[in-house]
Write a protein that binds this ligand. Structure first.
Ligand SMILES: [Zn+2]
Length: 289
């Protein structure tokens, strides 16, 4: 089946009208939440004037002809004034995140937000368009912004998507503010940004949660970045995660907290130790080397 391509651009105000006219088929795709992605490649730097009609046709042919997919992400977002792009029909199942495809609308932001900033410049424009689109889509579905998933929440992926610089708490807060006020408002201090982890190579890592004022990270997520590979198993008592490296060496990491999504979190110090990394803390920044 061909991808039900639309390929039309909208300002946030025009997208509201378009979305209002979408009628889900009773026996068809029934989205329940929204999943956020970044394109990674191409980055914002790769597309200095956003996505052209030819870029969209190239994406269509890549998904449809090369990958053989019958669906695609529903929206693409760039930093043009009409930066909300309906890529495929919203009443049809998309393909974007293995665990979420059957229930989620997928939104792809132009940018590589492991490296590019989402909090200023072009990245912030992309973010604000995505927040507006997600606010309208949550309203359409009559669900809270808390239901938004990031691609990296999918247990079947190891991607950092929508990028390490994108904080879930910040995005959810912005979408809630958009839903309440009908306009993008600035959330000055996202609650996950108080602490910063800097990975070897200088890459910022998110998300960071605090417990007893000590920074925690998701065990599997952070270890995959520090020492990729290996197997993870949480013990039945949920007090330790056993990590077996590809080399065969084993580490038990004390679990500090288990998230609602089942992800096990540990203190960053314990994760760093298991990975054999040095850790230094200065002024709410944890550097791993
Ligand atoms: Zn993704």
């Amino acid at each position: 089946m061909p991808i039900p391509f639309v390929g039309r651009r909208f300002t946030p105000a025009d997208f509201k009208v378009y979305l209002g006219d979408v009628k889900l088929k009773p026996n068809g795709f029934q989205p329940k939440f929204v999943t956020l992605h970044h394109m990674a490649i191409p980055s914002l730097a790769d597309r200095p004037t956003g996505l052209s009609p030819q870029h969209l046709r190239n994406l269509l042919s890549y998904y449809q002809d090369q990958l053989g997919w019958s669906g695609a992400p529903h929206l693409f977002i760039d930093d043009r004034p009409d930066g909300i792009i309906v890529f495929q029909r919203l009443d049809a199942r998309g393909v974007h995140a293995e665990s979420f495809n059957s229930e989620a609308w997928g939104i792809e932001m132009l940018g590589h937000f492991d490296h590019e900033s989402i909090s200023d410049g072009r990245g912030a424009i992309v973010r604000d368009h995505a927040v507006a689109a997600m606010g309208m889509m949550c309203d359409y579905l009559k669900v809270s912004a808390e239901t938004i998933t990031f691609h990296r929440d999918d247990p079947k992926t190891k991607k950092t998507c929508p990028g390490l610089k994108v904080s879930k708490a910040d995005i959810v807060a912005r979408v809630k503010a958009y839903q309440t006020k009908g306009a993008t408002v600035i959330v000055e201090e996202p609650d996950l940004a108080e602490w910063n982890i800097v990975l070897p190579g200088g890459v910022d890592y998110r998300p960071v949660h605090l417990k007893e004022n000590r920074p925690m990270a998701r065990i599997r997520h952070l270890l995959d970045l520090l020492r990729p590979g290996g197997k993870f198993a949480i013990r039945a008592n949920r007090k330790f995660v056993d990590w077996t490296q590809a080399s065969g060496s084993k580490h038990a990491i004390p679990v500090a907290e288990v998230g609602d999504d089942g992800a096990a979190w540990a203190f960053v110090r314990d994760i760093a130790e298991a990975a054999g990394r040095n850790i230094s803390v200065a002024d709410r920044t944890v550097s791993l080397s």
